[in-house]
Ligand binder design. Sequence first.
Ligand SMILES: NC(=O)c1ccc[n+]([C@@H]2O[C@H](COP(=O)([O-])OP(=O)(O)OC[C@H]3O[C@@H](n4cnc5c(N)ncnc54)[C@H](O)[C@@H]3O)[C@@H](O)[C@H]2O)c1
Length: 240
Amino acid sequence: MKKIAVVTGAAGGMGRAIVDRLIVDGFHVIGFDIDAGGLADMAREDFEGIALDLTNASDITDAFAQIKAHQGGIDALVNNAGTCFMSEFPDIPEAEFEKQMALNFSGAFHCCQAAIKLMAGREGVRKIVNISSNGAYNFDAFDPPHYRASKAALDTLTKDLARRYATDKIAVNSIAPAMTETPLFGVVSEEVLAKAIAQMPHGRAMQPSEIAAWVGFLISPAGDISSGNVIILNQGRDVR
Ligand SMILES: NC(=O)c1ccc[n+]([C@@H]2O[C@H](COP(=O)([O-])OP(=O)(O)OC[C@H]3O[C@@H](n4cnc5c(N)ncnc54)[C@H](O)[C@@H]3O)[C@@H](O)[C@H]2O)c1
């Protein structure tokens, strides 16, 4: 029987790379995304998509109920879905603030609650990996405050759950990447983007497959002894 992994935001840049990685690593992967067409394009052995809106808690409940009925449980969850709305403080519209928190934090929170119940009784160390952002820690970069706050909240959830479930053998970590080449680059102007990429020590953005390799590592047996960590991936950009 293959282990079961759930990846949110599966049809996005980072999501697709994480799905590829986990399938290569022998998982049966269930991808959540609002982009039903994108999920349909990804159809292959060991992948199935569930189209849903992660800002709607009842969609999340329904999706995990479906997984419970068909697969019985899960072994790994990657909370990867997220976006970066770019309005600037103090003129961030209330609806944008709510949506930023709902997708980047609340959706991941609800997925963790549902997933942990389905991890009960599974073999070995089960894994949650939350995709945070270097933007929560680097205040020189362009990220707006509601984005930073949503990711900082996610990282606090990582630490709480890591502590809470350590003896139950559920390991919870965050990966906090800097500039990674995905469709999300479209939220900033070419000028801002070029400046941010030029600040990367290797002179290039990171690739989704490079981030996915770290997700795969944490989910592999080698990752069993890490929990409660926020792993920043930025080519060493912020070392002072
Ligand atoms: N790309 C970067 O440089 C970078 C840097 C730091 C952190 N991140 C984080 O990486 C994660 C993945 O981002 P990405 O760069 O692949 O972006 P992306 O835009 O390519 O992917 C995001 C995915 O989330 C899905 N999504 C959006 N709203 C949704 C909703 N309401 N319900 C379900 N799915 C929804 C989108 O359809 C898309 O497939 C995000 O959490 C992002 O904050 C990205």
